[in-house]
Design a protein around this ligand. Structure first.
Ligand SMILES: Cc1cc2nc3c(=O)[nH]c(=O)nc-3n(C[C@H](O)[C@H](O)[C@H](O)COP(=O)(O)OP(=O)(O)OC[C@H]3O[C@@H](n4cnc5c(N)ncnc54)[C@H](O)[C@@H]3O)c2cc1C
Length: 510
């Protein structure tokens, strides 16, 4: 039986990026994915000939010289992506029930300050300070800026600054506080917990530049798969790892639910840390290590509504909408069932077919796992389809209708212009991603207990590493940084950064 140098569990972005890096360095790599489709949250699906994204609706930092652009250049995929730059003067528009104003986030810091100051003329200083602080915080994360440097792990001030409190300290203007924190759906912000650095790392990348992926995010996965195969790597779909088998204190093989066994020297798991530890043979790590992960809170999940629009009815716009039914943007994450949904994010589908009219829209709103607990013993994916029951379908219909009613208030006529709708619940995310309770972004970072909620790439098993959104931070950018953190454990960070620099030097040569 062939023995791989590296076996990667999961083909989410983190798994694919690690496979790319290591395969290019000559390691014989194998990626095992349980689903029919590669990509984890990069997966797309088609309904009524419209391509919908499941977990990536827009990206930041892809402008020339910006961090994600430089990372993607290293992977050789930047110039192959089908991208569309969003509106310069308002890529995200925030609105609040009972307030007719629109609050836009503009691209570029100067523009961001200028556009928001028009809405808050007396608050220019606060907006400027907010931007300065975001930039300052981002500079404290070396790898985010593609350089090596001092670890931030012991910087308690940085890790313990709370996002909600910090933003509140900048201004007494309640509306501005809410506007500055208003895209917190991007990180499922919790007022009492989310650190300001998470807010800064995420929001900064979009303020630098904001982009949609034309025809969906799965193109990233497809390009990475091509690279991996070109470098001699193997990728197996419908290959769910059931158990990681040991010889002594090291893992030697992955046993799959389809009866196959894959042998390897090193193992990288792109699955959630808890999901990963549950794959280990019993007694191979201390119970306290497992209990530590078990005790960590995971971010809330999402109810996602996918609207297919009637042909040539809804004008295509290059911005997203974040709408709030409450004047406290930190409240929706902890909604009560009878007030759901307190907020939503609406993301138009970008297609190569037309730019005048929209084909569809994805609408995301928080949903707690408890709402679908009744069906927790069911499981359904394309690879293993099942019917969860008519009562589940009825639940989805009811929730979709409530959300549609809310959308109709903000976008009058949207219901009449909708040809069909589809929805997904926390169970869909749980079954497709294997994240506990369908969590959107994995382990919650807590500014009051920062060390506990940090996940290092190295595990208590010598030849097992973690990668993906639970490490550094989530999102396409966060996961990309995490892949470098993981691979630097094998190759060394200076070596990897020099590789990136070398590629950049080669490209800039005349
Ligand atoms: C609703 C939603 C919207 C989002 N929007 C954005 C956005 O607009 N922009 C952005 O940058 N980010 C966004 N994100 C976040 C982003 O999608 C994720 O942070 C990122 O894609 C996670 O990548 P990952 O590498 O951690 O892997 P994941 O995507 O979590 O994938 C893990 C993979 O491991 C596989 N796996 C698990 N267990 C096993 C096993 N036992 N055997 C084999 N395979 C296994 C799973 O099937 C899956 O393919 C969004 C996320 C969600 C949920």
């Amino acid at each position: 039986m062939q023995e791989y140098d590296v076996v990667i569990i999961g083909s989410g972005l983190g798994g694919l990026l690690c496979a790319n890096i290591l395969a290019e360095e000559g390691y014989k790599v194998c990626v095992l994915e349980k689903n029919q489709q590669i990509g984890g949250n990069l997966q797309t699906f088609v309904r009524d000939r419209v391509i919908f994204d499941t977990g990536v609706h827009y990206l930041g930092g892809l402008g020339e010289g910006e961090n994600l652009n430089r990372f993607f250049n290293y992977f050789g995929i930047m110039d192959k992506l089908k991208l569309e730059k969003m509106d310069e003067d308002g890529f995200d528009i925030l609105t609040f029930e009972g307030d007719n104003n629109q609050y836009p986030y503009a691209q570029g810091y100067e523009n961001f300050i200028c556009v928001l100051t028009e809405k808050f003329p007396a608050e220019q200083k606060a907006i400027q300070k907010y931007c300065d602080e975001i930039k300052k915080v981002c500079l404290r994360f070396p790898l985010y800026n593609l350089r090596n440097g001092e670890s931030y792990n012991s910087d308690s001030e940085l890790l313990q600054t709370n996002a909600k409190d910090f933003i509140a300290s900048l201004t007494k203007n309640e509306k501005l506080r809410n506007v500055l924190a208003g895209t917190n759906l991007l990180y499922a912000g919790i007022g009492e917990k989310t650190p300001f650095y998470i807010h800064a790392l995420v929001v900064n990348s979009y303020i630098l530049s904001a982009w949609r992926l034309i025809d969906g995010g799965s193109q990233i996965a497809k390009l990475l798969v091509k690279n991996i195969r070109k470098s001699g790597g193997d990728i197996f779909k419908r290959s769910e790892v059931k158990q990681l088998k040991f010889e002594g204190d090291e893992i030697r093989s992955a046993e799959l639910t389809n009866g196959k066994t894959v042998k390897g020297k090193l193992f990288i798991s792109n699955a959630h840390p808890l999901t990963t530890l549950e794959l280990l043979e019993q007694g191979k790590v201390r119970k306290s290590y497992y209990t530590r992960f078990k005790s960590l809170e995971n971010s809330v999940s999402s109810f996602s509504l996918y609207l297919v629009f009637k042909k040539n009815k809804v004008r295509y716009v290059k911005h997203n909408n974040y709408h709030f039914k409450t004047n406290d943007v930190w409240k929706p994450v902890d909604y009560k069932e009878n007030e759901w949904p307190l907020s939503y994010g609406a993301f138009m589908v970008s297609t190569s077919k037309t730019k005048e009219y929209a084909e569809g829209m994805a609408v995301l709103t928080y949903m707690k796992f408890d709402e679908v607990k009744k069906w927790q013993n069911t499981s359904s994916t394309v690879a293993h389809p099942d019917f969860r029951g008519e009562d589940y379908e009825e639940f989805k219909r009811r929730k979709s209708e409530i959300l549609l009613d809310e959308l109709e208030k903000k976008f009058p006529g949207i219901r009449a212009n909708t040809k069909a709708y589809y929805s997904s619940t926390p169970l869909s995310y749980r079954d497709y991603i294997a994240s506990p309770s369908g969590s959107m972004y994995g382990i919650v970072k807590d500014c009051f207990d920062p060390v506990k909620t940090m996940v290092p790439a190295r595990t208590k098993v010598k030849n097992l590493f973690f990668t993906g959104q639970n490490l550094h931070f989530h999102g396409v950018l966060g996961v990309t940084v995490s892949a470098f953190v993981t691979c630097s454990e094998i190759l060394g960070l200076d070596y990897l950064l020099e590789k990136i620099a070398k590629k950049e030097r080669n490209v800039s040569k005349p």
